[in-house]
Each structure stands twice: as C-alpha cells, then as structure tokens.
Design a protein around this ligand. Structure first.
Ligand code: SD4
Length: 320
C-alpha cells in the first residue's frame, strides 16, 4: 500500500511522526504485526506481541491476545464479564483460524473463561469445526477447562435487571457496550492467523449466534492473501459473509483499506436505512503486513503493533 493510501485509511489518535517513519519503506513486508479491534486491542496486542517478538507463531499470538479481554471481569462485551442474553445468560461465541485453513469455533458457550481456547481445541482435537451450547460445554469440560461458578458478573446482572424493566432490544451504535475482539497477526515467518471472541449482542434472544464464531463472517484468513475480522451487528456481517469478502477483495488487488470500505458499502447497499443506525467495522491486514479498517459509523477504534508502530490506537474512517 502506498503511503498516501495508508494515511487515507485511518486517522491516528497518536502523533503522526512515528507513522511517517514507519512507512518510509513500503516495499518491505511489515512483520511481525498484529492488529485488533477497539480500545482493548492495545492490551490484547501487547500480549500478542510478547509471543510474536520472541519468534512465536501468529496462532499462539492471537489466542493469547484474545484471552486478555476474556479474562477481564470488567469487560462487558467479551467473556464472562459480558452482558447476558434476554434470559440473563451470558453466552459466548469465539473462533480461530490458522495459516493452513485449520478452523475451530464455539457458539452459545456458557460458564467458560476462555472460549477462544476451547475453539482452538475444537480445531486441534476434533474432526469438526464448530460446537455449540451444551455440546461445546461438555467438550470443554472433557478437555480440562474449568466450569466457572459465577457465570454472570454482578454488574452485568444489575444491568440486565434494569433492562428487563422495558425489555426492548435496541442496540445503539458504539455505545451498546458489546464490542467484540477480533485480532489478526502475521508472525516472523510470514504466517497469518486470527481469532475472534465475544459475548455477542447484549439482550439477544437465547440461542442467538452472531458473526463472531462464524468463519468467513467474523473472521477469515488466507495465508496467500491476508486476514480480516469484524465487529458490530453480526447479522449484517453474516449477510455479506463479511470477513471472507474482505479477503477476496484483497485477492482482487484492493488494499486492506479499500477492501474493508467496499465490504461496508455492500452493507449500505443491502440495508440503506438500517445501516444508518447500526455499527459494523472491518479490520484487515494483507500479506505485506499493510493494514486497513473501515466502519459504518464514526468511533470504531483499533490498535496496531509492529516494530515500527509500537502499539497505537487509530480511529477508522467511516461511511457516515
Ligand atoms: C455479534 N459482532 O455478536 C458481535 C457483536 C459485536 O461490537 O461485535 N459488537 O454480533
């Protein structure tokens, strides 16, 4: 990606000086590199970088990074700290994909601290790619994961009880507090992997599954081309098989920024009215380690960590 295009792709929240330096040699592949969604991406990246900077694999890096918000009980959009469904149950969705198109996924999983690691076990230990609900829990317990006694945080329970007074399902863009972590990385050897984990849309119907655990929707990796992930209203991402679309658009020669933008435009084309009220954001890297992001609404932040840009937060450009 040319420097001009890169600058178009994002508005830096940090000073521009470092960035200019970082992009002085656009021909060189930027690796290792990790990017992840939203403000908590900074902490997730730091953990992922611990792995990448020691020569570890992109797969280990994204799993470690995704575990960070999963472990945080104050994080009300990922992991067991997440807001529940309308029945008061915290149901978790996660998936992981490596450089060889190995995939693993869990959906509607309860009582488990690290759904991303269960997804990895599904990938590595089963002939399947996705386990849901009780079956996913059963598999997790059989594979050494602990059933957490408390499966909803006191704060989330309080928020749910408040919500029950009106019981209206009306997600508000960016302030609905259910941001997903999508994290994609390229390691020193040039291999790509990605992970995505969430508690999903707050106050969803019990059993609802969003884009985040669906390979191709919430996450997609093609080791020849690049990797992409998404956040926001999952139904709209599934409708366009968003992350796969972004990767295929990069295959056709689009930069990560252009690919993310075109995917967002597809959502607008499908749902011109609805797209004004909801948030969806895409984040991608290509095989050169160049990155890009684009969202429907303002306010979609993401974090980038490479040797040249040590963990900075950006705000993506948006359609509206
Ligand atoms: C979902 N994509 O369950 C997730 C939610 C999300 O920012 O990312 N919110 O649809």
């Amino acid at each position: 990606m040319k420097r001009r295009k890169f600058l178009q792709s994002s508005v830096m929240l940090a000073p521009l000086a470092g960035l200019t330096q970082a992009l002085a040699e656009p021909q060189n592949t930027i690796k290792p590199v990790v990017i992840s969604t939203w403000n908590f991406g900074v902490e997730a990246n730091a953990e992922a970088w611990n792995v990448l900077s020691k020569g570890g694999s992109a797969l280990d890096a994204v799993e470690m990074g995704a575990q960070v918000p999963e472990s945080d009980p104050k994080q009300n959009s990922v992991g067991l700290g997440g807001l529940p469904d309308r029945d008061g149950r915290v149901t978790l969705d996660a998936c992981i994909m490596d450089e060889n198109a190995n995939i693993g996924s869990v959906a509607c999983l309860e009582h488990i601290l690290h759904p991303i690691s269960v997804a990895r076990k599904v990938m590595e230990k089963t002939p399947h790619v996705m386990l849901v609900g009780d079956g996913a829990l059963q598999f997790a317990l059989a594979n050494g994961f602990k059933k957490e006694k408390r499966s909803i945080s006191p704060e989330s329970e309080k928020a749910w009880k408040e919500w029950l007074k009106k019981a209206e399902y009306k997600p508000v863009a960016n302030i609905e507090n259910h941001d997903t972590i999508g994290i994609v990385a390229m390691d020193k050897t040039g291999n790509l992997s990605g992970a995505c984990t969430t508690s999903g849309m707050a106050y969803k119907l019990h059993g609802r599954v969003g884009d985040s655990p669906i390979i191709g929707a919430g996450l997609f990796v093609d080791n020849e081309i690049g990797a992409a992930t998404s956040t926001g209203v999952g139904e709209e991402v599934i409708r366009i098989v968003g992350s796969h679309l972004v990767v295929e658009l990069m295959r056709q020669g689009n930069s990560p920024f252009e690919a993310c933008k075109k995917a967002v435009e597809r959502i607008v084309k499908n749902q011109p009215q609805k797209s004004k009220e909801i948030q969806v954001g895409f984040l991608a890297i290509n095989k050169n380690g160049e990155h890009g992001a684009f969202a429907l609404q303002k306010g979609f932040t993401y974090a980038l960590y490479s040797n040249e840009v040590p963990n900075k937060l950006f705000e993506a450009k948006s359609f509206y």
